[in-house]
Design a protein around this ligand. Structure first.
Ligand code: NAP
Length: 281
């Protein structure tokens, strides 16, 4: 392997420590802890695991969590009603709706019931617009974590070619917007892209956000390129063929221990941001 590993575990630890200090300072100043409401609909085991991890991390850093679990049969109107109640509750600073939600729910309508000021997961249209326009607002957590990793390893972005593989609303699209905002020349690839390999071969920075194990082949990586693998597939396999990519890349994220730990750390950091903003009125 020639690439240097981008250590998301260590970087997320730093961010969690800083968040814990800010949460303590907030409690001293305001007599209450910052509060994250988590909303989980249905019985998906992976979603339960993700919510449990988030609640545990909240406790570690001194953020109060309010967990709401709803049955799989929940209708859109019920979910929207609950999210509106949490939005109106002054003791709740941030709201996370765990996705995916069951098929009968209009996920977009549910997300849009969360006001921008409490959208600490960065999933609403307003948060997406803020990322696209470079306005203040909350980043989608995984894209926000990716940008923090790139910055921590001082990856130059201005004028560089960035190829984002994947265009989901919470990952591919916003990370491309954030890279564009930093003056990278951004190409989005997706399931209809013709000759994915040719695009990736041109990239100074590759972000893989697909959900297909090892789709991005090591031999496609330009020597010295920066490879960020957001994919997380069964068996701890990413979306990049790791060993072959690491033999050519300059920097690469491992799976696990790269992008994944950053996501929760950004969520909690943004929850304290939201609490501080609410306290300032
Ligand atoms: P998603 O909503 O399923 O989107 C996948 C994207 O990949 C789509 O845009 C799709 O294209 C594209 N795609 C699928 N097959 C492709 C192919 N053969 N060639 C090129 N593009 C292809 O997934 P997501 O929510 O963005 O998640 C992507 C990955 O990131 C998953 O492995 C997920 O587990 C992981 N993830 C990790 C974190 C974390 O915290 N680390 C957080 C979120 C997600 P179309 O748009 O054309 O369908």
């Amino acid at each position: 392997m020639t690439a240097t590993l981008m250590d998301g575990r260590a970087l997320s630890r730093q961010l969690l420590d800083a968040t814990a200090e800010r949460a303590t300072a907030f409690q001293l100043a305001h007599g209450r802890r910052p509060c994250l409401a988590t909303v989980l609909v249905g019985d998906d085991p992976a979603s339960h695991t993700y919510v449990r991890m988030k609640v545990n991390r909240c406790a570690e850093v001194g953020i109060e969590s309010r967990r709401v679990d709803l049955p799989a049969s929940t209708a859109t109107e019920e979910l929207v009603g609950l999210l509106r109640d949490l939005s109106a509750d002054p003791r709740v600073d941030g709201i996370l709706l765990q996705h995916p939600v069951p098929a009968q729910i209009d996920e977009r309508a549910a997300f849009e019931a969360i006001p921008a000021g409490k959208d600490v997961d960065g999933v609403t249209g307003a948060s997406f617009a803020a990322m696209a326009f470079g306005d203040p607002g909350f980043a989608s957590c995984t894209p926000g974590g990716i940008m923090r990793l790139l910055d921590a390893y001082e990856v130059p972005l201005r004028g560089r070619r960035a190829v984002v593989v994947g265009r989901s609303a919470i990952l591919g699209k916003p990370v491309g917007m954030l890279l564009l905002g930093r003056d990278a020349t951004v190409t989005y690839c997706h399931s209809r892209t013709v000759d994915l390999a040719a695009h990736v071969r041109e990239a100074d920075v590759v972000v893989a956000a697909v959900g297909v194990p090892e789709l991005v082949r090591g031999e496609w990586i330009k020597p010295g390129a920066v490879v960020v693998d957001a994919g997380y597939n069964p068996g701890n396999v990413g979306d990049v063929e790791f060993d072959a990519a690491a033999a050519r890349a300059g920097l690469i994220t491992p799976v696990p221990g790269g992008v994944g730990p950053m996501t929760i750390a950004v969520l909690l950091s943004q929850t304290v941001d939201a609490a501080e903003r609410h306290a300032q009125g």
